[in-house]
Design a protein around this ligand. Structure first.
Ligand code: AMP
Ligand code: ZN
Length: 665
């Protein structure tokens, strides 16, 4: 085999694995082996630049930066859809269609209406050429480099399909990925994203495509646009599109009558919450492509299709009071306290109002009657005020000017949606929040001390910051409410033991804004000690892997604060690890590179944390839950039965503690 053939073979193979994994949901290679092949291909391509191909699987990781997205005119206009809300609407639509066609010989496809950002993918000679957003329907923005990072989109189609076509679809952010992104944001002290749809469309417009490649985006396809007459029906064209590599959801169904269509509607109205992504309705299309052509378009939508919108479950209730919550970073969140009301199976008492702008936009006031909705979304939200029920005595909401906890005047920096309480070291929820973060599992992991006890200790005046924990004595703790001698002793032991926690975790525990778990690891690896990090200049900081301006500035702000420096000196005096240990540098290997582990149960030779550390030190990854990506479960005693079944279902290897130790030695 010559080099060109070798390169081609690797590309085909990798494309095929991507397809199996991202489209069919069926892994055919381990992440580890995939990475090896990808690296091999990268190397060959680098050595042989004449065989460069913009559609090679190596091009998916991104790296290009787009400052201004080019406007591109659509070859075929992207229409919107007419809406329907009842069975009668559907019958009326059927009648209109029959009238135009002069025939009652009809068949329909029923599809889910995916809630994301519409995209048009152009292919020529089976090669992916460009991706353009819907824009105003006539022209959109070219986002090719960003879209290319979505692994479920095929970049070249080898098999028998049509050669020149456009694929229409929706870029979505599945719920699991969305929730995970938000957990990370919270951890970093950032504001949460509101909903998956806006986050998906926002992701397409990120300037750095390598950022996009990290987001768990997906693309679901629903229409093939082409002049080639290969397929007679919409259904057939989609089924074939799926076969050659496109992610066309299997939920698509054929229906002969509106009654059958309506069964589909009812089924998904009841079951849509089980889907891994959001849907806000159904789309019904005339199946025969010849008939579609005869029907044509109105000024804004095809006559051959109609959307059926699910009713978002909505109730009205009274807003009793707007209160303000202070987060550990000092961010203020206004909260609507509602008269408890039943909604989509749960009792809703509170809803976030996000920030001052949102309150202005809704013109929401205390004692108003408000509409609360739970659509596809998980979190209830207030849609609007019922102005017909507004009391005459009602007065406009004046946003809090002072912190509800410490009365310090709130500040709002330009560009920030939220107000902040600047009283970092004197504001109770910030103090408690920071200490709670410090002791949390992913940080100092202090056994025997919980979030409520932290609050109690602070109220009793025993701790004001995390360094104070290390001065606590058993005798001081025992007199506290509900504190037995044994638990007091456990707590002190737990605190003592935390002095062994490695530097990267201590760094995360400090709670520097935007320094989450992963960033802390990167910083620890790069700077090796807290002293190096605190001395680093802005320029030195941004040179480190994945450290941007915002993180760098936040570290500078932290190090410029004298109180923070005093805290660090105290932590040092208690013996906490403020630098990477020599042995940890020594013990690091690549033995488990690319392998994902889940740790479950009780162990004998190593503690859970030692086990996790051993995985990471050897280049492996630890994940909290079992998924298709998991390679091994290290099972101790009493591993949960549900985990066991899941592992067996997914075919994940289950190994013992001893197996693991043998593996790394
Ligand atoms: P609307 O924006 O409400 O006018 O609805 C039209 C949009 O629905 C289209 O631009 C598509 O982005 C989106 N859509 C989602 N799922 C489908 C589907 N299965 N078929 C057609 N359009 C869909
Ligand atoms: Zn405050």
């Amino acid at each position: 085999m010559n080099t060109e053939e070798k390169i081609q073979q690797l590309r085909d193979e990798l494309n095929n694995h991507n397809y199996n994994y991202y489209v069919l949901d069926n892994a055919t290679i381990s992440d580890f082996d995939f990475d090896i092949k990808l690296k091999e291909l990268e190397k060959l391509e680098k050595e042989n630049p004449i065989f460069f191909d913009a559609n090679s699987p190596t091009q998916r990781v991104g790296g290009t930066v787009t400052k201004n997205f080019k406007t591109v005119v659509h070859k075929n206009r992207m229409y919107s859809l007419d809406n329907s809300y009842s069975k009668e609407d559907l019958f009326d639509w059927e009648k209109r269609v029959e009238k135009v066609l002069g025939s009652t010989d009809l068949e329909f496809t029923c599809e889910l209406k995916f809630d994301g950002a519409s995209i048009n993918l152009t292919y020529e000679n089976g090669q992916f050429i460009k991706a353009v957003t819907r824009g105003d329907g006539f022209q959109g923005d070219e986002v090719t480099n960003n879209v290319k990072t979505i692994r479920s989109i095929p970049l070249s189609i080898k098999k028998d399909f049509i050669s020149d076509f456009e694929m229409r679809g929706e870029i979505i952010l599945p719920l699991e990925g969305f929730i995970k992104m938000n957990e990370e944001r919270l951890e970093n002290g950032e504001e949460e994203y509101r909903n998956p749809r806006n986050t998906a469309s926002g992701s397409l417009k990120l300037q750095d495509s390598s950022e996009v490649s990290k987001r768990p985006l997906d693309c679901l396809l629903y229409q093939v646009v082409t002049l080639e007459r290969k397929y007679k029906t919409h259904f057939e064209s989609l089924e074939n599109a799926r076969k050659v590599g496109f992610k066309v959801p299997k939920s698509i169904k054929l229906a002969k009558t509106i009654d059958e269509v309506y069964n589909f509607v009812n089924y998904w109205d009841a079951n849509r919450h089980e889907l891994p992504y959001e849907t806000d309705g159904i789309v019904i299309k005339v199946n025969n492509l010849q008939q579609q052509e005869e029907l044509g378009y109105t000024a804004k939508a095809p006559r051959w299709a109609i959307a059926y919108k699910f009713k978002a479950e909505q109730v009205s209730t009274i807003l009793n009071e707007i209160t303000y919550q202070v987060g550990r970073t000092g961010a203020i969140t206004p909260v609507a306290n509602l008269n408890p009301v039943q909604l989509a199976g749960t009792t809703v008492k509170r809803a976030s109002l996000h920030n001052a702008d949102q309150i202005d936009k809704l013109d929401i006031r205390e004692k108003d009657t408000v509409f609360v909705e739970k659509g596809g979304e998980i979190i209830p939200k207030i849609i609007a005020v019922d102005f017909t029920k507004r009391l005459e005595t009602s007065i406009p909401t004046i946003y809090a000017t002072n912190c509800p906890e410490c009365n310090t005047a709130l500040v709002r920096t330009e560009g920030d949606a939220k107000h902040y309480c600047p009283n970092e070291f004197g504001c109770a929820p910030q103090i408690t929040g920071r200490i709670q973060h410090f002791i949390s599992r992913k940080a100092m992991d202090i056994d025997g001390l919980g979030g409520e006890t932290v609050d109690l200790l602070r109220k009793e005046g025993l701790i004001q910051n995390y360094a104070d924990l290390y001065d606590l004595k058993v005798e001081q703790v025992i007199p506290l409410e509900r504190m037995a001698e044994k638990s007091a002793q456990n707590m002190i032991t737990g605190i003592e033991k935390s002095k062994e926690i490695p530097f990267e975790k201590v760094l995360f525990a400090l709670g520097i804004r935007f320094v989450g778990e992963t960033v802390a690891k990167k910083l620890a690896k790069h700077f090796k000690s807290i002293d190096n990090l605190m001395k680093a200049t802005f320029e030195e900081l941004v040179k480190a892997d994945e450290i941007g301006d915002r993180i760098a500035q936040s570290i500078i702000d932290f190090s410029n604060n004298l109180e923070n420096m005093q805290l660090i000196n105290r932590l040092r005096s208690y013996g906490l690890r403020l630098e990477v240990s020599a042995e940890s540098l020594e013990n690091q290997t690549d033995k488990l590179l690319g392998q994902v582990f889940v740790v479950s149960g009780v162990f004998h030779q190593l503690s859970r944390n030692e086990l996790k550390k051993a995985i990471e030190d050897n280049g492996g990854k630890v994940s909290a839950s079992i998924s298709k990506k998991t390679n091994f479960i290290v099972a101790g005693d009493n591993m949960g039965p549900s985990k066991l079944t899941k592992a067996q279902d997914l075919g994940v290897s289950i190994i013992s503690e001893q197996d693991f130790i043998d593996k790394i030695n």
